[in-house]
Design a binder for this molecule. Structure first.
Ligand code: GLA
Length: 389
């Protein structure tokens, strides 16, 4: 059990019992790249998470151990800097607390991760959200979950250089067991949609293709959307983001923008509409209709938004040829996982066939994760409680 292992490792290292926190990764059923366009997304936390064992140490030093990596670092409250190693994300969180005038001291912290990194499951958002949540509790800073999500997002922007939207950290903090959420990224409010997947389940297939989001592709897509908005504003002065744009407005501005910018905006405008349609289908439990929208999203991501890769396209093609209910690449893109809505009884046959054929095509083994919809970041029991179980 990752929780008890983490607590025991902390005790060995620091000689005391820690406070324990869990911070989950997320899936996203539909609504990709719409969050930074003030659109809708449909994420849920999953049963893959970070575990933090942590205590205040009454100094201004942050002594942190990444248990799985067997790496330790110490940084001071006034020694915070950007970069894309794991400690920079944590420094970004501390910096954002400071910028908001929150008083805090150092901590001893040891964490472990059960979220494969670079797989599109938002491990960095879980790292940031979990650490922020723990600091908020320990130093009684009184920040709301929404403020913690904004802090986690700010840490990624300012310290890791990824201009991500709010979906990942919001999902990690606000999710509810057994539900997905329809998150409105304009108002930063959500509605839980209970999921009744009788006879169906979610299967993630990891392409094992890894592209870090702080490489330029992700930020470039965001810049293209902003460029599109600037062009649209010449004709439609009230447009603030692609959320305010429909297909006719975009068509009317087509001749004013490059084909590349048009395609990026076209995908986003359709995806925002699709996500709202998908929420209606989910409420009426029309999983076939929902699955068809997942396929539409994928081909939009691949052909218009241009964030897919050969391996993801291969997996989604395999899924549609084998009449899988829904499949698409998930997350920021350029690899990571595909999310598949499948009939439960098909899982062994899917795994068997995909494993063989994917290996024959790409000379690497995919991974398969069957995930449950879980609750968001929370404090959990100490090592003693775990041993008593
Ligand atoms: C990454 C970002 C999110 C979101 C997705 C794409 O996960 O962190 O904010 O933009 O990509 O939907």
């Amino acid at each position: 059990m990752i929780n008890s292992k983490t607590a025991i490792a902390f005790e060995k290292h620091f000689g005391r019992k820690p406070l324990m926190f869990i911070a989950p990764g997320r899936i996203n059923l539909i609504g990709e790249h719409t969050d930074y366009n003030e659109g809708f997304v449909m994420p849920a936390a999953i049963n893959k998470h970070f575990v933090f064992a942590i205590e205040s140490n009454q100094t201004d030093l942050f002594n942190i151990t990444a248990n799985d990596l067997d790496e330790q670092i110490s940084f001071a409250l006034d020694g915070l800097k950007g970069g894309n190693r794991w400690e920079n994300y944590l420094m970004g969180i501390v910096d954002s607390f400071k910028r908001r005038g929150r008083k805090m001291g150092g901590v001893n912290c040891l964490f472990s991760s059960g979220i494969p990194s670079g797989a599109g499951l938002s491990s960095s958002a879980a790292l940031c959200s979990g650490f922020a949540f723990a600091l908020n509790e320990i130093f009684e800073c009184g920040l709301s979950k929404l403020e913690l999500a904004l802090i986690a997002q700010e840490a990624e922007h300012r310290f890791a250089g990824t201009k991500c939207g709010i979906m990942d950290m919001y999902a990690s903090l606000f999710s509810k067991e057994g539900s997905v959420m329809l998150l409105d990224c304009r108002s930063n409010t959500h509605e839980y949609l209970p999921v009744h997947f009788e006879g169906f389940e979610i299967l993630l297939i990891d392409t094992k293709v890894r592209h870090s989001l702080n490489e330029s592709g992700y930020n470039d897509r965001r810049a293209s959307c902003e460029e599109g908005v600037a062009v649209l504003q010449r004709t439609f002065a009230n447009v603030k983001s692609l959320r305010d744009v429909n297909a006719e407005m975009l068509e009317a501005s087509k001749s004013l923008m490059s084909e590349n910018i048009f395609k990026k905006c076209f995908y986003i405008v359709r995806e925002i509409e699709r996500t709202q349609k998908a929420a209606i289908l989910l409420k009426s439990n029309d999983l076939t209709g929902f699955g068809n929208l997942m396929y539409e999203t994928h081909w939009g991501l691949s052909k218009d938004y241009d964030v897919s890769c050969e391996e993801s396209d291969w997996l989604v093609n395999w899924a549609s040829e084998n009449r899988i209910t829904g499949a698409r690449q998930m997350g920021g893109g350029f690899g990571g996982c595909t999310i598949n809505l499948i009939k439960k009884e098909l899982r062994p046959a899917i795994i068997d066939d995909v494993r063989k054929k994917y290996f024959a095509a790409f000379k690497k083994e995919p991974d398969f994760y069957q995930v449950e919809l879980s609750g968001g970041v929370h404090k959990t029991k100490t090592v003693l409680d775990w041993r008593e179980r």
